[in-house]
Design a protein around this ligand. Sequence first.
Ligand SMILES: NC(=O)c1ccc[n+]([C@@H]2O[C@H](COP(=O)([O-])OP(=O)(O)OC[C@H]3O[C@@H](n4cnc5c(N)ncnc54)[C@H](O)[C@@H]3O)[C@@H](O)[C@H]2O)c1
Length: 437
Amino acid sequence: MGQNRSQESKMTSPVRVIVVGAGCRGAGYAQFATIHPKRMKVVAVADPRKFARTKLQKQHKIEDQNIFEDWQSIAELEKFADAVLICTPDRIHKDPAVAFAKKGYHILLEKPMATSAEECRAIVEACTQAGVMLSVGHVLRYDPLIHEIKVLIDAGAIGDVIHIQHLEPVGFYHFAHSFVRGNWRNEAESSFALLAKSCHDIDLIHHWAGARRCVKVSSFGSVSHFRKEKKPTGAGDRCIDCSVEGNCPYSACKIYLNSVKKGHTGWPVSVICPNSVPDIESVTEALKTGPYGRCVYDCDNDVCSNQVVNMEFEGGLTAAFTMVAFTEEICQRKTTIYGSRGELSYNGSEIRVFDFLTQRSTKHTASWEAAKHYGMSGHGGADYHLINTFISAVANNDPSMIRSGPEETLISHLLVFEAERSRVENRVVYCGDGARS
Ligand SMILES: NC(=O)c1ccc[n+]([C@@H]2O[C@H](COP(=O)([O-])OP(=O)(O)OC[C@H]3O[C@@H](n4cnc5c(N)ncnc54)[C@H](O)[C@@H]3O)[C@@H](O)[C@H]2O)c1
């Protein structure tokens, strides 16, 4: 719906946005201004990393006076833009979101909203009180094929939804990069894996369940394999001088150095050289001294590598979710939804619906043309659709275009906290029992 109306705009000038956190996500969304300069303009940036903010300044010709080292410096000023893209690390979401809402900025906030239920509620309350729009970075809601699943369910293609089975395969080297060596490895520094990685998936399950409320949840999970006791005999502390590196699928030399030698300088190589352009020299240095050169069996990681969540919704609808690190596929979700009239399966490239009455299957695909054409391919093009929708919503002053708005996102985040509570406390959690933090 939002995507069809996206070209229309009540505003005649571009939506002016401030990028807070010019890392992977912030710089990625900012690309939209290059593709559609008449619809969005980046007017300011805040980031403590000079390399990141200078890069964005050059790309978007931002005036010197609008370059800042932190978000607070902008929040102290009078409002001078329409919206802010908050793409800071997980633990720096709530304070800027509340501060910018109070200033009257519309907000695109990266997921997770925040790292506690209390903080998530504070963000929603601040946005509601200020009357500003909030769109959370649940990119999968904007993936055209995933969106089609909801359209089919709502059209009754499989009758009543009875059971949802959903798999998130993180990918073996992706997990090692982000959740063993990288920014999301340690709960105290970022957030637990179910929130950091799978809030998208719990959100989708909740979305597919429709108006039904989740009544109880249970979860198990553990930090498997990436543990000190699994370190092979003779392994070094860093892959670059490890004698058994050749036999290790998680070797940083394989993941980063071999990639840059082949000319790949995008993700994940770009992430490990935060203050320079990645090349063989800077990547080698990063492996010698930085966090990404560490042995995966000797890191300060504590987030789950595999976790399951079982949910029961009102009316007896059940859902089973699995997140697992040890996969060939990188984040390519697989879903089967069992209904009273048919079965729907999704494999990332198509949806197949088997109808019990006719005993026939139909296949459904979606067009990726927009995102391919514009070259903004993050999350298979869903990043493009998310920012496109947000900019349209702001330009048209129409929050109904946003698919990842405050209320639904808050409910699905609360469900994530409840699932994690079940895992940690080793018990079934009854949702909404007043212990939702
Ligand atoms: N929607 C998705 O699918 C998705 C995917 C990846 C990451 N994320 C989320 O997006 C957020 C950003 O992730 P990323 O991969 O871009 O990380 P990143 O580390 O590349 O970028 C974060 C940036 O914030 C900057 N920063 C830190 N403190 C700041 C401050 N006080 N003021 C302004 N900037 C500050 C950092 O210097 C860095 O450049 C995280 O919350 C992450 O969980 C979402």
